[in-house]
Design a protein around this ligand. Sequence first.
Ligand code: ADP
Length: 334
Amino acid sequence: DRLVTAAADGEDQAVEAALRPKLLDEFIGQERVREQLSLVLQAARKRGSAPDHVLLSGPPGLGKTTLSMIIAAELGAPIRITSGPAIQHAGDLAAILSSLTEGEVLFLDEIHRMSRPAEEMLYMAMEDFRVDVIVGKGPGATAIPLELPPFTLVGATTRAGLLPPPLRDRFGFTGHMEFYAPVELQRVVHRSATLLDVEIDPAGAAEIAGRSRGTPRIANRLLRRVRDYAQVRHDGVVTAEIAGQALDVYEVDARGLDRLDRAVLDALLRLFGGGPVGLSTLAVAVGEEAETVEEVAEPFLVREGLLARTPRGRIATAAAWQHLGLTPPVQTPP
Ligand code: ADP
């Protein structure tokens, strides 16, 4: 698997618990979301009631699960964690909802991937703290209303636009998570290094941050690989030079591109003169499936301003030529 993917792998899951900030003050970056959330939580505490339901939207690895745990911790409430894909039937959701205790936080990851009947049950639960449990089948089926204790739903989604409006409207507050700035990621790396007992200097943390694609999960993963390298080949201390060498071994370049990303750019520049070239042709040149190129490599290349998708095909930007250290062909005037 790719070192630079934002999705969590098994190793991440084991280490992440130890690296998660526990309180809002420890949470780095996302100033706006943090301030807004802090107001929502303080107001709820003052009123002595459960806060409005919270929706967190943004790409994977930016801290949505972490924030949900912080919300529970700040409220002094227990938290239950589940996800949209885990809820296949409305009954699965009814079972979870009916076992919640008063004030509990329910974290529902990938909420846009819930089944339709479960979603409809959730509307009522969010609004009226009530569900109708259907008993029996066919004409004899009856709905038994069930009162729920007040709880706070924290929903997470990679794209708020995917949520049906009736669901979106039932959240009192939506926090939009942004990719982290390099200085913020540098602080994330430094904090994690301290927790993992890794000695790192500021330039070493900056080097890792710069290759982490704006994503704390990737930063923490790269830090662990750099730690391995520093311990095996050196004295364990992470400097910019050591971090750079280590991540070169793992083929994550100075801008966070990995082998696949570079292969796509390289083919686009060297074989097709920077484009425009069609996706399928580009994919054949790289020896990958078109979907892999389109869904795995391109989003980051586009985000970085290295590649553009146009109706005529993929084209490289001036920054792409510069990044690979190549000279664009001279345009001959018509
Ligand atoms: P998501 O739920 O959005 O996929 P997570 O909350 O699981 O992301 O975060 C992934 C990892 O990144 C966790 O180990 C977490 O500790 C770390 N992390 C995320 N955001 C921050 C932050 N703002 N400060 C420090 N660490 C963070």
